[in-house]
Design a protein. Structure first.
Length: 614
């Protein structure tokens, strides 16, 4: 792929931290895998007894009391103080909080265990253990040996399994999962969502050739003028292939069967960049969510994917999709199925959430506040819904710390690598409502720089805050706006300050000639509670709020390019403790926790219908 000099320079300046894992394997569903989902045993271990001995030293690998070792009782006098068996079981994938009462508020260590059989690996094969996500810290052991550890609750990772460790039968797999919050982690101690713990996404055993394509990218070249390309019906695609290790004189192929196109490239190292022309390309858009079957292969070993092609860019105050102005009719989403009080993880969950999004007539979602599971971006690709994807750099993380910055960069990198072939993703967000200071500005800017180095085909933003002054003018002037491609702000006029009609006299001043996006606005209401509109928590208050907000949006400066109100459905939050109206729920959903649409849903839906028909 062609990288500009500027990007190369940035690459040198913004070093990407090394993680303890091997390079991430992308498109896991396009590979030969064995699912390790299902019923796992668990031990709940708040004192981390399985990890530390009584002197609080990490246990030796062979310590029989280490919980990664199989508990063996040979004779009746043997003392064994741990074990894995029913009824102590949890479903994987899934958060632990929603599965058993004992876990509802639990924050600490839990050991997961299961056994599995597999066939012997051939001479030229390698195996990996892949985790879609584990919240927050995972230590993975197979047959008593540590494969590795990973931090970060919302991104995938994988570990190579050395051949001598993997057996054909009764493999003893143990994962220590710890979801304790820490000041030096991302997110930090304080958030407004439930800290769902556990192995929350798929677990797979992946079998690949000794040398294989671990990562790839294929997209429209960002440098070409899209209007001219459309007129000429000739587009330039560019891509990159990453192998797990250097190959000896091999051949990489990229095929797009529908376009009758096959390209072969020789490869000798572990990386290859290429570009080529295609004719008659049907561009992806919300109106035409066209995906092409793509086959990547190395020496005949194939990976299948479905990839769409589109160009996203900004021009002055406009967002352009395939060269045309687009308004983002968005909605924010947490990764939850409210009816079950649990994390969402499956394709069916994604379809349920996107079903609501389509009912609303939205064309965009903000996946807040962390990378959601891959089914979300896959379904978005297939439905033609644009996506904002974010890392949990949220509120007051430790901006002073280089180590914390490295952790943020690692999560950003994992998010981008997993989803950079997802055509629906148009915006990488590097954080939410972080408080302005020189150190924070520098921290956030280096994340923006890194996002651009990892992927120069998308927009980068962050949800910022509004500055107010005495004259009642709302200022959008966070210094970070200088570096983001679109200026996004969260705004709660009429909920956290004043009443909804305060919006009528609100004035706005925007310091940047860039697209302006309202990444949040919203008010709480308990579904089914009806009263005069002045009553907080009534559906009528929330409806009033949305009416006033929309009227105000219509008066926004002309760089107003979209919104993603807060939020699609009610969601769990330990911060929300009103005994009648909240009971542990953030009630700003347009849909209640039992799936009922509140009155405000229809107000926003009407506005989006109007905008679509303009
Ligand atoms: C915000 C945050 C979001 C909260 C929301 C609220 O500004 O970005 O995470 O949940 O407000 O409901 O207060």
């Amino acid at each position: 792929m062609k990288k500009s000099f500027f990007n190369l320079l940035l690459l040198m300046i913004t070093s990407v931290p090394a993680s303890s894992q091997e390079d991430l394997i992308v498109n896991i569903d396009g590979r030969e895998t064995i699912s390790l989902n299902g019923t796992w045993n668990y031990i709940i271990d708040p004192y981390e007894t399985g990890f530390y001995n009584y002197r609080y030293k990490e246990r030796d690998e062979n310590d029989p009391e280490a919980y990664w070792n199989r508990p063996v009782v040979k004779k009746k006098t043997d003392r064994v103080e741990h074990g894995y068996q029913a009824p102590y079981t949890l479903q994987v994938p899934g958060d632990w909080n929603s599965q058993r009462d004992v876990f509802k508020y639990y924050e600490g260590s839990v050991w997961y265990q299961r056994e599995f059989d597999t066939q012997d690996l051939a001479e030229n094969e390698r195996a990996y253990l892949y985790f879609g996500a584990v919240n927050y810290e995972a230590h993975v052991y197979l047959n008593g040996k540590k494969l590795g550890s990973h931090k970060g609750g919302f991104t995938p990772f994988n570990f190579h399994i050395p051949k001598k460790i993997l057996k054909s039968e009764n493999n003893f797999l143990v994962v220590k999962v710890d979801n304790k919050r820490h000041a030096q982690e991302i997110p930090t101690l304080n958030t407004d969502w439930w800290n769902f713990g556990g192995i929350t996404r798929d677990v797979k055993l992946v079998v690949v050739p000794e040398t294989f394509i671990s990562q790839y990218e294929l997209h429209l070249s960002q440098d070409q003028n899209i209007q001219q390309a459309k007129e000429k019906e000739s587009f330039e695609l560019e891509g990159r292939i990453q192998l797990n290790r250097a190959a000896k004189q091999s051949e990489v192929r990229v095929e797009i069967p529908e376009l009758k196109l096959t390209k072969s490239f020789p490869i000798t190292g572990d990386e290859l960049s290429f570009n080529f022309e295609v004719k008659n390309l049907d561009l992806w858009s919300p109106d035409n969510p066209k995906l092409y079957d793509i086959v990547f292969s190395l020496n005949g070993n194939q990976i299948n994917d479905k990839i769409g092609f589109r160009k996203i860019e900004t021009s002055g105050k406009d967002i352009l999709l395939n060269g045309e102005n687009i308004f983002l009719r968005g909605i924010s989403i947490h990764e939850e199925i409210a009816q079950d009080k649990r994390r969402a993880y499956s394709r069916e969950d994604a379809e349920q959430l996107f079903g609501y999004v389509q009912d609303l007539n939205a064309n965009m979602v903000r996946l807040a506040h962390y990378p959601h599971n891959e089914n979300m971006t896959k379904v978005a690709d297939s439905l033609g819904i644009l996506v904002w994807s974010e890392i949990p750099v949220y509120w007051t993380i430790d901006f002073e710390s280089e180590k914390v910055l490295d952790k943020a960069k690692q999560q950003l990198k994992e998010m981008v690598i997993r989803d950079r072939n997802k055509v629906s993703v148009i915006i990488w967000s590097v954080g939410n409502e972080t408080p302005v200071s020189p150190t924070r500005n520098q921290f956030m800017k280096s994340l923006i720089d890194q996002a651009k180095v990892l992927d120069d085909t998308r927009l980068v933003s962050a949800a910022l805050e509004v500055g107010y002054n005495e004259e009642g003018i709302n200022h959008i002037d966070d210094p970070l706006g200088e570096y983001t491609d679109i200026v996004s702000v969260n705004e709660y006029l009429g909920w956290y300050g004043g009443l909804p009609d305060a919006a009528q006299s609100a004035q706005w001043e925007v310091a940047y000639n860039k697209p302006l996006f309202f990444s949040e606005t919203g008010a709480g209401a308990k579904a089914g509670y009806h009263a005069e509109k002045e009553n907080r928590w009534s559906e009528e208050y929330q409806e009033w709020f949305y009416k006033e907000q929309i009227a105000m949006m219509k008066r926004m400066p002309e760089n107003y390019s979209g919104m993603s109100p807060w939020i699609l459905t009610d969601f769990r939050s330990p911060r929300r403790n009103h005994p009648v109206y909240q009971e542990g729920w953030n009630r700003k959903g347009l849909i209640g926790n039992e799936g009922n649409k509140k009155k405000a849903f229809y107000i926003l839906q009407n506005y989006y219908n109007e905008l679509e028909n303009q």
